[in-house]
Design a protein around this ligand. Structure first.
Ligand code: FES
Ligand code: FES
Length: 149
């Protein structure tokens, strides 16, 4: 058994320690907010937080998350009113929505580190891919949430 702390709760999972964390979150724990996109650390659809840092869970072995605080989109805010989520709604960012949980988690981690990021900071730190091309709205929403997260 492996013990993981996910969204503030300790969960015991009977999995191979090499299994990617995304599999455990989605298939074992039923937390389907983080998405599978490329499976190669390229798209960011699977982004969750590990001790506050944005990580791509599709390649991270579950063993690497032991003893750390894992937060998924489901645990970002108890009622879905994190400043990034509010800005996402106000700016009507999502189109199909598939990439958006990963985007929100990447942005929430960025704003913890840099409360008022420049466009260059955003380009450097939020490298997630959106097939629908919501990038302009994402940028607008990040600036709207800046200083509030
Ligand atoms: S699914 Fe993890 S980066 Fe694409
Ligand atoms: S909103 Fe559709 S992939 Fe980003």
């Amino acid at each position: 058994m492996i013990e993981l702390v996910v969204n503030g709760k300790t969960r015991s999972v009977d999995v191979n320690p090499d299994m990617p964390l995304l599999w455990v979150l989605r298939d074992v724990l039923g937390l389907t907010g983080a998405k599978y996109g490329c499976g190669m650390t390229l798209c960011g659809a699977c982004t969750v937080h590990l001790d506050g840092e944005a990580v791509r869970a599709c390649v991270l072995p579950t063993s690497a998350a032991v003893g750390k605080k894992i937060v998924t989109i489901e645990g970002l805010s108890p009622n879905g009113t994190h400043p990034v989520q509010k800005a996402w709604v106000a700016e009507q960012v999502p189109q199909c929505g598939y990439c958006q949980p990963g985007m929100v988690m990447a942005v929430a981690a960025l704003l913890k580190k840099k409360p008022k990021p420049s466009d260059a900071d955003i380009d450097a730190e939020v490298t997630n891919i959106c097939r629908c091309g919501t990038y302009a709205r994402i940028r607008k929403a990040i600036h709207a949430a800046a200083g509030k997260a």
